[in-house]
Design a protein around this ligand. Structure first.
Ligand code: FAD
Ligand code: NAP
Length: 561
């Protein structure tokens, strides 16, 4: 491996993205003695937690679970203030980690990776940067995120709007005031559900444009007490292990019983207990068969539908808010603070755009298909992402024979990967939480650590065995993709026909759910077994003789702060 200094443009590894995944990858690879350059498109580190600074943005996993577990000292030293941390606190934590582990010096900010091309003769990647530079690296690790390619406002004329407009996924750093403003919010996924109640606290009028209602569970967020924090810290290592051993990365009480084993009153009591406890993670595991049995799922869904009708005063508004087109948790279950109750306020109105869609944005506001125009001062778009593969698709990634990754995945009508870690035809390339892994179905800090550690150990194995090229085999990739598909078909996920899980929210995108739906623990065990068997399913070769020849790489500025 090449151990030039980080600014020569010939690092061992280029990591794309400086979110939680990229930062941990840098830390691990550097500890192994590799030279690493992290390239981040944004002006700051943090990824999701940098970009999504919208009002109300917070995690829907408990703070003491949604954090790195790799450093017991970090776990002891950092103290979270709330059960569910808000975006600013998570970003502060990420900055603390970057400082503590001296990560910034190897991160280049404000720079997009535009292209990455594999040079078969040299077994190295040529990584093209937005300012014109090129890095020459043996390995490229895409830590580009599952939810990092935002969708633009999908309406004709959006740039003609006369007021201010914002996207939750690209929130500006300056103060945004809604005081006394008439505000439109488009989108009622997790971002809309979180931001609407907070925007309504300041705005004089809020109009929510809803195409599809979503299930949402009250977070019941609150400050953490000193005793709670101390109690967790006293058992943190064991707790972290329990997270890794759990189905989705949280140690919530997963009910081992089928919904069918309860009588009606007992089932209501079980769901009520979880509803009162709060949070999505505990609610969607109310029964063991919630995600695999339509009747069990309907029981849970009906419970939430009843709570919506109970909470919302106006029966017509309540009916509009009741989800009917998908099983509960088949689309990401939202987690809220006062979402449904917000519609009881006089100045908040809900407009269904299901039958009467938004036709265009005009200078005064939002115009619907029937010609009705809602005049507003500000529009907030919470319209989601080109998820799972979107960030990768926006980069010109070329593997063997110059084949473009995006095209390969289009040709196979969806991402085909081995373990969501490697792709046949794209040697020495890894994806963190890539399609084909549990990704967004797991607590992502847990999923990220598992992937980064697996990749790191794999790089160590290659070095120890005098190997320089690793590539998923075609056979292993096909088998894995089929297995992922088979498992997902045994769940209720495919019944949600307009979910971003399946690519259905992006016109012309594939229709497949490339997510390992059998739990992160089973996935983790499979990955460990693959490694134990000498990276079964990957072909391993020594580096080509020409690997050390220069490729004319140029320096990049170090813009870490
Ligand atoms: P990201 O944080 O998305 O970072 C990827 C980085 O790569 C970004 O900074 C991006 O700018 C950069 N990048 C992408 N393409 C390029 C390129 N071509 N060149 C250079 N840089 C590039 N997960 C949970 O488990 N629990 C939650 O409660 C939760 N809440 C969320 C709330 C919101 C609003 C969103 C959007 C996501 C949430 N997630 C949650 C998922 C969240 O994305 C992950 O938990 C985690 O932060 C992902 O980290 P990452 O480093 O993999 O990706
Ligand atoms: P999303 O779940 O994809 O929601 C997008 C919303 O925009 C949907 O309501 C969608 O309606 C609507 N929309 C899109 N195009 C529209 C159009 N042309 N007209 C009207 N409405 C339109 O995106 P998100 O809310 O940003 O959340 C994405 C993911 O990020 C979440 O699922 C979650 O994984 C993560 N996240 C988590 C949290 C958290 O609680 N911690 C918070 C925010 C985000 P349709 O449903 O009809 O398409």
């Amino acid at each position: 491996m090449n151990h030039d200094t980080p600014t020569t443009g010939r690092p061992d590894v280029v990591v794309v993205g400086a979110g939680l995944a990229g930062l941990y990858a840098l830390h691990r690879f550097r500890a192994r003695g590799l030279t690493v350059r992290v390239i981040e498109a944004g002006p700051d580190i943090g990824g999701t937690w940098y970009w999504n600074a919208y009002p109300g943005a917070r995690c829907d996993v408990e703070s003491m679970d949604y954090s790195y577990s790799f450093s017991p000292e970090l776990d002891q030293d950092w103290t979270w203030s709330e059960l569910y941390p808000a975006q600013p606190e998570i970003l502060r934590y990420i900055h603390h980690v970057a400082d503590r582990f001296d990560l910034r010096r190897d991160i280049t900010l404000d720079t997009r990776v535009e292209s990455a091309a594999y040079d078969e003769e040299r077994g190295r990647w040529s990584v093209g940067l937005s300012h014109g530079g090129t890095l020459d690296a043996q390995f490229v690790v895409f830590a580009t995120g599952s939810l990092s390619a935002p969708l633009d406002p999908p309406f004709e004329g959006f740039e003609t709007f006369g007021g201010e407009w914002y996207q939750t996924s690209r929130w500006p750093r300056h103060d945004v005031s809604f005081d006394g403003k008439r505000v439109a919010v488009v989108g009622t996924g997790s971002s809309g559900v979180q931001s609407i109640p907070v925007i309504a606290q300041a705005a004089s009028e809020v109009t929510v444009f809803q195409r599809t209602p979503n299930f949402s569970i009250p977070a019941r967020n609150r400050p953490l007490t000193a005793d709670e924090v101390a109690a967790r810290k006293s058992v943190y290592p064991q707790h972290r292990q329990a997270q890794r051993d759990s189905p989705s990365g949280v140690t919530v009480d997963v009910n081992p019983r089928s919904a069918h084993s309860y009588d009606a009153d007992e089932a209501q009591a079980e769901m009520r207990r979880r509803w009162e406890f709060g949070g999505a993670p505990i609610f969607n595991v109310a029964f063991v068969d919630t995600m695999t049995d339509v009747a069990a799922n309907t029981l849970l869904a009906d419970f939430v539908r009843d709570r919506i009708r109970e909470t919302v005063d106006d029966p017509a508004t309540a009916e509009l808010l009741v989800p009917t087109d998908h099983p509960i948790a088949a689309k990401r279950l939202c987690c809220d603070t006062n979402y449904f109750a917000t519609y009881n306020q006089e100045h908040v109105r809900l407009v269904s755009v299901r039958e009467n869609p938004i036709r265009r944005i005009v200078p005064q506001g939002v115009e619907l298909a029937d010609g009705t125009t809602y005049e507003v001062d500000t529009i907030v778009y919470a319209v989601g992402y080109d998820a799972l593969s979107g960030a990768l698709g926006r980069i010109d990634i070329r593997g063997r024979g110059g084949r473009r990754l995006d095209q390969v995945w289009r040709d196979s009508d969806g991402p085909t990967t081995y373990l969501g870690l490697g792709v046949h035809g794209f040697p020495n390339m890894f994806t963190v939480t890539g399609p084909g892994s549990p990704a967004v179905l797991a607590v992502m800090t847990v999923a990220i650590e598992q992937h980064v550690e697996w990749i790191d150990e794999c790089l160590g194995y290659l070095a120890e065995h005098g190997l320089g090229v690793i590539e998923a085999t075609d056979v292993a990739q096909k088998e894995w993709t089929d297995r992922v598909e088979e498992i997902v078909q045994g769940t209720v996920f495919p019944l949600a026909t307009n979910s971003y899980y399946s690519g259905a929210n992006v016109a012309g995108k594939w229709r497949r759910i490339p997510l390992w739906a059998a739990g992160q623990k089973s996935y983790r065990d499979i990955c460990a077994e693959v490694a134990r068997r000498g990276y079964e399913g990957f072909s391993l070769e020594p580096a080509p003789a020409r690997a050390t020849e220069p490729a004319g790489a140029v320096d990049v500025p170090v813009a870490g702060r």
